[in-house]
Design a protein around this ligand. Structure first.
Ligand code: GMT
Length: 375
């Protein structure tokens, strides 16, 4: 099939999922066309059967807010026509599903019926989509999509609740991971030694927005560090990075906390970690938690959103109450202090990632959905 994919190309789970999906589809013989304003961050420089089509946003002095959604619709229309796309798959509802609907209407005028698949990822439903300024258009765009998927049952339930969408129209297709890439055994431990110098390595990866509660990560680390020699590695960047840095200084642990900034290939880093911390208070799935588990790293997080669908508390990690720093730190110290328990959790995490979320398990679900949509 010829598939157009639109996503946010910068850092973030939805862009990562869309890009991994595009690459996996291409490796199975499909032709994939990314349509967005910059090359997606996980996209290799060249790959047969994958093309990137940049959305150019025309500027004009009248535009205080240049209309990206219109420029995107125009580019979708153009690429669909020139490349004879069979289908358009958009990731993150706002504004991608709306632009896709516009492009679909324009194409219809020329007798080209372009099915639109929308994948809902998280804050497009839980936060941004429920903002009054976007609620009506988000509902409209979801309703008008030919197929709709959500990355977890929790997100599907929230979509039905918040937008009154037909329960049967939203299919749950979970995020996925390539166990050959996210594999601890593929790395020799040199990076782990560089990061921790023999101490345990705690890790967090995110775009450090308020929803991620990154100061909780630092507080949990500071409490664990009192019990067990360890370091904290913070990967990514965002508005709350400076708050996390300040918290590390306030708690006098900054010498053992490293902020690495944005890094594209996180597999070697995750394969060097002993414990992954994800303290988001509203997480629809938690892709990084899945990738950590695939690397045999137990996950410590809050029992919210779709995270319990990814992390089996007590088996592949632990999910506690939001803000329970003391409880989380106690569990972390206990886990890290008992090698056999830690190893059992890591092994269970790998198994869970492989058996439920491996690329070859999830990709056929998308392919079946596409076939159904074009039929
Ligand atoms: O919704 C967001 O906060 C951004 C979004 C993204 O584009 O990075 O993340 C969401 O999508 C990821 C991929 O499906 C999920 O793993 C994340 O859980 C989800 N984030 C939230 O729900 C906060």
């Amino acid at each position: 099939m010829k598939i157009g994919i639109t996503c946010y190309p910068t850092y973030g789970g939805s862009g990562a999922v869309a890009t991994e999906l595009g690459m996996a589809l291409a490796s199975r013989g499909h032709e994939v066309h990314f349509i967005t304003y910059a090359p997606p961050f996980r996209l290799p420089t060249f790959s047969p059967r994958i093309s990137f089509h940049e959305v150019a946003i025309g500027q004009y002095p009248l535009f205080q807010y240049p209309p990206y959604d219109l420029a995107l619709a125009v580019r979708m229309h153009e690429v669909a026509t020139q490349q004879k796309l069979d289908l358009l798959h958009v990731h993150y509802a706002i504004p991608h599903a709306t632009s896709a609907w516009l492009a679909k209407q324009m194409l219809r005028e020329a007798g080209h019926d372009l099915p639109v698949v929308t994948t809902l990822h998280g804050t497009d439903i839980t936060i941004v989509g429920q903002d009054h300024s976007y609620h009506a258009i988000t509902k409209f765009s979801i309703d008008k999509s030919d197929r709709v998927t959500a990355v977890s049952q929790h997100l599907k339930d929230e979509t039905v609740r918040a937008f009154g969408c037909d329960n049967r129209r939203v299919e749950v297709i979970p995020n996925f991971v390539d166990p050959a890439v996210f594999d601890r055994r593929a790395y020799d431990g040199a990076l782990r030694q560089q990061l921790g110098g023999g101490r345990k390595v705690l890790m967090h990866i995110s775009n450090m927005r308020p929803v991620k509660r990154v100061t909780d990560v630092v507080q949990i680390f500071a409490a664990v560090r009192r019990e067990i020699p360890c370091v904290l590695v913070m990967v990514g960047d965002g508005p709350d990075r400076s708050a996390a840095e300040e918290e590390a200084r306030r708690l006098d642990v900054e010498s053992d906390v490293r902020f690495l900034g944005k890094i594209d290939g996180v597999a070697p880093l995750l394969a060097s970690a002993d414990l992954y911390l994800l303290t988001t208070d509203s997480e629809s799935f938690g892709l990084s938690a899945l990738e950590a588990q695939a690397c045999g790293v137990p996950v410590l997080g809050y029992n919210v959103g779709g995270l319990p669908e990814v992390v089996e508390s007590g088996v592949t990690g632990h999910l506690g109450d939001v803000g329970d720093i003391v409880g989380m730190a106690r569990v972390a110290s206990d886990m890290l202090g008992h090698e056999a328990r830690w190893r059992a959790m890591g092994d269970a995490a790998v198994q869970r990632a492989k058996t439920r979320f491996a690329t070859d398990k999830v990709l056929p679900l998308y392919e079946a959905l596409y076939l159904d949509a074009v039929r």
